[in-house]
Design a protein around this ligand. Sequence first.
Ligand code: 5AD
Ligand code: SF4
Length: 486
Amino acid sequence: MIEGLHEGNKTIDESKQGEVTLLDSTKGGNKKLYLESYGCQMNFSDSEVVASILSKEGYETVSQSSEADVVLLNTCSIRDNAEQRVRTRLKQFKNAKKERPNLVVGVLGCMAERLKKKLLDQEKLVDLVAGPDAYRDLPGLISEVEGGQKAVNVLLSREETYADISPVRLDKNGVTAFISIMRGCDNMCSFCVVPFTRGRERSRDPQSIVQEAKELYDNGYREVTLLGQNVDSYRWNMSSKGRIKDESKPTVNFAELLEMVAQVAPDLRIRFSTSHPKDMTDDVLHAMAKYDNICKYIHLPVQSGNTEMLKKMNRGYSREWYMNRIEAIHRIIPGCAISTDIITGFCGETDEQHNETISLMKEVKYDFAYMFKYSERPRTLAERKYEDDVPDEVKKARLQEIIQLQQQHSAESNKRQLGKTFEVLIEGVSKKSDDDLCGRNTHNTMVVFPKGDYQKGQYVKVKVTDCTSATLLGEVVDEEKVLTTA
Ligand code: 5AD
Ligand code: SF4
């Protein structure tokens, strides 16, 4: 657990920030694209869509920006420091353009949507700005720039889900992949910029989701993570008020979608992110309990342990409601791992209110948490309505306090696993040693073990013999290839 980046719906891997999308399948293109991605998993998943759209136009992805005709940065706006990081990078490309005036530099994603033409006019940092719903227009936008214009498309859509675009996979392990099941967010949490940068919530056709899962499985993938800002409000053929849109067709909610994907193959693991405490139904939990291949891990952001803060955050639940959801998880899926997101120092937060976050953490004992200090974002409800009045020093001290507590809880959680045997899906060679392999157990914890003759994509049973703060260490105890994923 880090005070790291994490956006909207999914954890952000700090080591992946600024990672370059490189795709073998695009080799041989006559134009060269350098695509760097920041922020959450949804952005990385979008970069796969962008690469797919541009590869059809003859673009080949390259690993060095110095080789590129077009440089695109897929960006994040969730906290101010995420934007600062991208700005620094953009200034470097602006300098590069002095020597290579034909280089096209573009900004995609949340910063593009938030700052729109400002990036072109006031800051003069880039040639092209494309918001998250405008990627189909990228070939046209690039041509405009090549014709000497600046190009912008930041139109948000109520329909775009890129359902028909088969993303070229960026996660090169060939074992785990992300499937975006919805876009946007209608929740309007008062601190959050996502509803402004990613627009209205819309769900993707379930058949296209199942089809994508099948194709991944046929290509050797063994784990899919279904992505959405609030997966529990996934709905197909149903309005937000529950009205059926087309009586002749079935409706699908998230619990039903989970079952549909779980049925693709018994040895295809399913994960999902992010759940919302106000919308997570027992039906979803029962679906998880029913299928061995749905991983027993839920990311359930709490944000604060104090009901008044939660109200100001416009989260739509109280502390009691949240705790009731935690109880439901334990009751329906015993042993399920739970992680969360927490914000310290939101507008007006008192010491007592902060202490309620601490007491909630002690009650729940999360296996993992992403923790942040509050960063005011332009246009949000909180920016307009409340004063950002907790001094930075206090925000930081509170953050340190919860990070330390969480470290204890994570270490305890890992120690409880000693001696247990887990099914692990092998993702590849361990980062630290070529003699070891690594993969996750159902709880999403990384497990490292000696290589033997095992291959990535295989399931093995690993007995845990030791642990570090974030990783379990063990050895394979069963020689047979295991076909279930519990
Ligand atoms: N400041 C700090 N953290 C934020 N998050 C979202 N917006 C902000 C903000 N303005 C955190 C929340 C959310 C996670 C994705 O990022 O905890 O769950
Ligand atoms: Fe998540 Fe709330 Fe932001 Fe939506 S508005 S992305 S639910 S934090």
